[in-house]
Design a protein around this ligand. Sequence first.
Ligand code: F0G
Length: 351
Amino acid sequence: SRQWRGVIEEYRDRLPVTAETPVVTLREGGTPLVPAQTLSERTGCDVYLKVEGANPTGSFKDRGMTMAISHAKQEGAQAVICASTGNTSASAAAYAVRAGMVCAVLVPQGKIALGKMGQALVHGSRILQVDGNFDDCLTLARGLAEKYPVALVNSVNPVRIEGQKTAAFEIVDMLGDAPDIHVLPVGNAGNITAYWKGYREYAADGPATRTPRMWGFQAAGAAPIVRGEPVKDPTTIATAIRIGNPASWTFAERARDESGGRIDAVTDRQILAAYRLLAAREGVFVEPASAASVAGLLAAAEAGEVDPGQRIVCTVTGNGLKDPDWAVSGAPRPVTVPVDAEAAAGHLGLA
Ligand code: F0G
C-alpha cells in the first residue's frame, strides 16, 4: 500500500493545476469517515462523521490551502495574507513555511482559540490582532491585497473552494454514492459552497448518481443567513464561526436551494451539548464550531424532521485540541492521590 499523496495529487484531474504548478502539500485530506453509533441510534439513520480535525494543521482549511499556496507560488508571490478566526491562519502559516513565503495574518483581537494562535506563532507568521471582528479583518485583508504585493488566501480566492471540494469526492469514493443529507457548520460559508461544488461535479461526471441535500448550521448569535441580514456584532462561544457577514453568502443560499436543503441556527447550549456528546459517546474530540453540524442534526431529529433510514454525513471541521478550554471547564477536577494502589483503587471505585 502507498501513502496518501495529498488532495492535489489524489484529485489532480479535477483541480485547476497544470504540470507546472509547484505542489505545496502536507499530504492533507484522506481523512477518516467514521460511523457514528450514538448519532445513528438517536436519528434512526446511518450517520457518519467526516473527521477533518485529522488534517495536518487540524482543520479542513488545509484542503484549500494546498491549492491557494501552490497557486500563489506559481504566480510568483512571495507573501500571502489572510483574515481568520484562527484555522485559516494556522493553515496558511504552515503552508507558507513549506513554500518559503512570508505569511501575514489578521485575527480579531481576543477572539481566537489559544491553540490556533500558537500555530500561527510557531510557524513564524506575522500576526496582527485587529481591534474588530472577523468581518473587519477580511475587509482589511482584501484592501491590503489590492494595494500591496501579497496574495489573499481567504476562501474569496476561488482556488480555496476548489481544494475544499475534494472532501465531497472522498465521501462518495468511500460510500459508493452521495449521502442523502450532508450537514456542516457555516461561518464564512466557503465550505458549504465547496462541498456543493464537489458533489455536483461528481454527480455530473459519473462517480455519484445523485447529490445530497445540504444542511448548514450557524451559531444563533452569528446567524446572518438565517436572519436574512448581516449581524453587526456576532457573538458565540464557537469563535471559528463568529462571523456576521459571510463572503460566500449567496453561494451558500444557492447550495441550500438547489439541493433542497436548509440553513438554520443552533444555540451555544446546543453546540456545547453536541461537543460533549461527540467526545463522550463517539470518541471524537472536535472544536466547538465543528459541533454545530451535529447540534443541528440532533435538533432536527428531535423536531421529527429527519426521516429514518437515511444516510447522513456530518463534517466535523476542526480538532478539539485547538480549543481545549471548553473540555476542561465544566468537567470535574481530577483528584490527586498518593503513590498508593489502595488509595488509587478507592478513588476509581475499583476497591
Ligand atoms: N468550522 C471551523 C473549525 C472553522 O474554522 C470554520 C471557519 C468553519 C467551521 C466555517 O467554515 O467559513 O467555510 O463556512 N473558519 C474560518 C477561519 C473563518 O478563519 O479559520 P466556513
